[in-house]
Write a protein that binds this ligand. Structure first.
Ligand SMILES: [Zn+2]
Length: 302
């Protein structure tokens, strides 16, 4: 009986494993107006607790849950509880988080699950060898068979309401962006279909986003968000990487657009908040490069 566990390779009765951790769905349910929620990569599917698939044996589930619990206890709960106010704006109450190996292991465990669950069905063939290498590298890292995650960079981005963004520069970001930033649980491989190869794994649990850059393997201007084996990470991050900012604030919300039903009233409130709070700066995505990009685009159109 049983199948092979995707992580340790042992034959076992596989558990229906969450791709994205259950605590994030629990939080959405606790704090949302409706007990149903929608997931970014399953546009037409109402889900109650996220995408699951037979993946891990009980021992490996337990291995992952230790890092998950640590992340939820030390970072996620404090950030959504004290780091953000009821409107999703940064409070400044928590300057930074101190972390150990569990943070990188947690993020890589999520991104490894994303790789394994995506398979190769919709992936251009030129990426297959790289994906195979990283699946194995991360699996070995998670099993403590190697001390590093290979040639890639992992980032954690603390998001807050774009309603608090300075001036009106972000007004035309799209009405669903704030909802996307604060309330969505999401995951995807980031792949370019152009000749220039681009490969990354992205995930997001409410207002905390994770990005592992594979090709290219490092992101400029992102020292504040880079996750190492241990250290401290600031909540008020300066991210001067317009590619990353554009992906989180524009590209990805547009990709999943139309799956959230935002009422007229919510829209009006978001727009009102945006005009009422010109002094506050956007917490982690106050990239001048990004805002400049957006204004340039607008100028070009006019
Ligand atoms: Zn296992």
């Amino acid at each position: 009986m049983g199948d092979l566990c995707k992580l340790c390779g042992n034959k076992a009765e596989l558990r229906k494993s969450h791709i994205l951790p259950e605590f994030a769905f629990g939080w959405l349910k606790e704090t949302g107006a409706t007990k149903y929620l929608r997931v970014g990569d399953a546009p037409n599917k109402r889900v109650q607790d996220g995408h699951k698939m037979p993946l891990l044996c009980q021992a490996c589930e337990t291995l992952f849950s230790k890092d998950e619990n640590e992340f939820a206890r030390v970072i996620f709960r404090p950030y959504v509880g004290d780091g953000l106010d009821a409107n999703g704006e940064g409070t400044g109450a928590i300057p930074e988080f101190i972390y150990k190996e569990w943070l990188l292991r947690f993020i890589i465990s999520v991104h490894w699950r994303v790789l394994v669950s995506e398979g190769t069905t919709n992936i251009p063939i030129q990426y297959w060898p790289t994906l195979k290498i990283f699946e194995e590298t991360w699996r070995h890292f998670l099993l403590r068979l190697r001390p590093d995650t290979g040639i890639c960079e992992t980032h954690i981005v603390f998001l807050s309401s774009v309603a608090a963004a300075k001036g009106g520069g972000l007004l035309h970001l799209g009405e669903n962006v704030n909802y996307y930033i604060l309330r969505t649980v999401d995951k995807t491989l980031v792949i370019s279909d152009t000749k220039r190869k681009y490969l990354a794994v992205y995930s997001k649990l409410g207002p905390i986003a994770f990005f592992t850059a594979i090709m290219p393997s490092s992101l400029k201007g992102t020292a504040d968000s880079k996750v190492r084996m241990r250290g401290s990470i600031k909540i008020a991050q300066k991210l001067n990487n317009s590619g990353l900012n554009r992906f989180i604030l524009v590209t990805r919300p547009n990709e999943v657009k139309g799956i959230y039903e935002i009422s007229e009233r919510q829209n009006e409130k978001i727009l009102k908040d945006m005009t009422m709070n010109p002094e506050q700066t956007l917490n982690s995505l106050s990239s001048r490069a990004f805002i400049a990009d957006k204004w340039l685009e607008r100028l070009k159109k006019n």
